[in-house]
Design a protein around this ligand. Structure first.
Ligand SMILES: [Zn+2]
Length: 326
């Protein structure tokens, strides 16, 4: 898989440009920002990186890095509901790539998760379901279950309903009275956006039945393309991406919130392609070794590098499977 299979470089850059303009409008009241400790282990962090006028601290204990001070939730809500960059993302970035993403991302995810579905009549919820692509694919593979899209956006919730999914049109944190009501909860590329990851994981734990599974993907802040590109990385994009956990720190948080870890893996396939694309197309400043490798490395060496990153837990794309303690 190539980066260009799932996103168009020009459209992505235009989205980033619009986001930077929106920051000035939606996140201008800095006096309302508040400082936080490490969202994984609770210890103190130190100033680490600045981007788009946001500061990231890095935890000295577990190496998680995270936006702090943080804007209050209201600023995010108005930003995600009606900002020009969000509309642009949906219309021009996501929609034209829907079918490509269905094939390259959502189908493989459905196949992976189907392996964990041993019985029928399970209640399976996808948090931040978007257009319902993942659940629709899962339904094809494992039809005899209940599928619930948890999606706060009214427009997207409507599309999920049209796909025949049950819909809870609210934020996960606002669901009340659903204790022990799910067998499986999933959340794809959501964790990095969360204002309060611990609150979120505790809520997932409350909603799952004992022994229930929580499967999610997020960014690994210690992964190759992020660490190589650092401030130049498009994954480090406040106000969207606030939390960069890593395989160890995500275990700390989950274990602290009542989960046993089944698997933490980094199945990402795009690290090298992202770095090479940035070197060749956007003159990214990286270590001279990688610049030379981009120019002269053989295709085989590049593929071997990616495979090694994936298998060694060093890709930036991380997948976690955890089980609620009984
Ligand atoms: Zn920490």
């Amino acid at each position: 898989m190539k980066e260009s299979d799932i996103r168009n470089r020009e459209t992505f850059n235009e989205y980033i440009r619009l986001s930077e303009l929106d920051i000035k409008k939606y996140f201008s009241e800095k006096d309302k920002y508040y400082s936080i400790n490490c969202p994984a282990c609770g210890k103190n962090g130190k100033a680490f990186l600045e981007k788009n006028s946001f500061n990231y601290d890095c935890c000295e204990s577990c190496n998680t890095f995270y936006v702090s001070p943080r804007p209050p939730l209201e600023q995010f809500e108005s930003y995600y509901v009606d900002s020009p960059s969000t509309s642009y993302w949906v219309e021009y970035f996501f929609k034209p790539m829907i079918e490509a993403r269905r094939e390259k991302m959502f189908k493989p995810r459905a196949v992976f998760i189907a392996d964990y579905i041993k019985n029928e009549n399970l209640r399976i919820g996808d948090i931040g379901a978007g257009f319902g692509l993942f659940l629709s694919e899962l339904k094809k593979v494992k039809p005899n279950n209940y599928f619930v899209a948890i999606e706060p956006s009214v427009e997207m919730a409507k599309i999920c309903k049209e796909e025949g999914l049950e819909v809870l049109s609210k934020l996960l944190e606002d669901i009340e009275g659903g204790e022990n009501s799910f067998d499986i909860l999933t959340a794809f590329e959501l964790f990095e956006h969360l204002n309060d990851p611990k609150d979120f994981v505790l809520k997932v734990n409350e909603l799952l039945a004992p022994g229930g599974l929580f499967l999610f993907t997020t960014l690994n802040g210690l992964g190759f393309d992020i660490q190589t590109l650092m401030a130049q990385s498009k994954s480090i994009s406040p106000p969207h991406h606030l939390n960069f956990f890593n395989p160890r720190s995500v275990e700390l948080l989950l274990s602290d919130c009542g989960f046993d870890i089944i698997e933490v893996a980094t199945p990402g396939k795009l690290d090298w392609d992202i770095v090479e694309g940035m070197i060749k197309n956007e003159n990214a400043e990286v270590d001279s070794f990688w610049k030379t490798f981009a120019k002269q490395g053989s295709q085989e060496a590049k593929e071997n590098l990616q495979q090694w990153l994936t298998e060694s837990g060093l890709s930036s794309h991380m997948r976690v499977v955890a089980k609620k303690r009984s």
